[in-house]
Design a protein around this ligand. Sequence first.
Ligand code: DON
Length: 320
Amino acid sequence: MAQENLEAVLNDLHCKYKSLQDGAVAKYIPELAKVNPELFSICVVTVDGEVYQVGDDKQLFTIQSISKVFAYGLALEDHGRDYVLTRVGVEPTGDAFNAIILDEQSNRPLNPMVNAGAIATTSLIKGNGATERLNRMLNMFRGYIGHDVFVDISVFTSERSTGHRNRAMAHLMLNFGMIDRNIEESLDLYFQQCAVMVNCQDLAVMAATLANKGINPVTKERAVNSSYIKDILSVMYTCGMYNFAGEWAYKIGIPAKSGVCGGIIAIVPNQMGIGVFSPRLDARGNSVRGVKVCEELSQQLGLHLFECSRNNFKSGDLCN
Ligand code: DON
């Protein structure tokens, strides 16, 4: 596909779905309710570092649950696969992202993409005290994004003061010995990672880094050990879109993760990362326009991993 064609595809999708107003912005974190629901951007970054974007691409928003993917990678680097598996499973739930459910036999949260699993994952991030742990988390994001990142203090404090459900999950996991650190410190770190500010291009660069075996294709810096890419992408594929994960895998067919900010990242291994931002969400917490855009991109570019006639775009192809 020619470069102009991919640009045209993104422009067409933006035009087509700009008028779609289904869904509603997340309100359960009071600060999130203030977002302009009309914001809309789409960005694709290839593993060669080429960037294609349309819409409000400079608009900052908080990364929310998309952070869970990257925190999981850091926990894997800190402890290794076997230990992390003793603390958080890899089973899809079929339940909402904020369900208060642990596996009945192991007492583990079901997977690292739902809130309970993500809190357990974040509790594993190493560091000597809250500041060092936060700095390690921010430094990890910097590697994926290619520039320094900051926490939106209003969103962080808004979620910290209203996140009683997440606090309940943390206490339940403490009861079962699944979290053995200071839970308030780990909850703060979880709320802070969710409140990291990004734009749509940042999302696509992060996605492209996962598509590129853990190396940021723009800065060429390694963000995560390549041996954990398959673990990260597997849980994204089976659990990243919550109780829509099965239909997403069936129809769209690439690893992805959404957040209540209205962001979605999707990864086409060895080819590209996709970022979409549009704050109105469906009942499962996934961006309405984001799902539509990814569905059409997957169809038009033949991205489904199990598509027999799957295209294998390289950016060389995109330029021909
Ligand atoms: O823990 C929470 O509820 C939020 N900080 C993140 C939730 C989220 O993004 C779920 N996504 N759909």
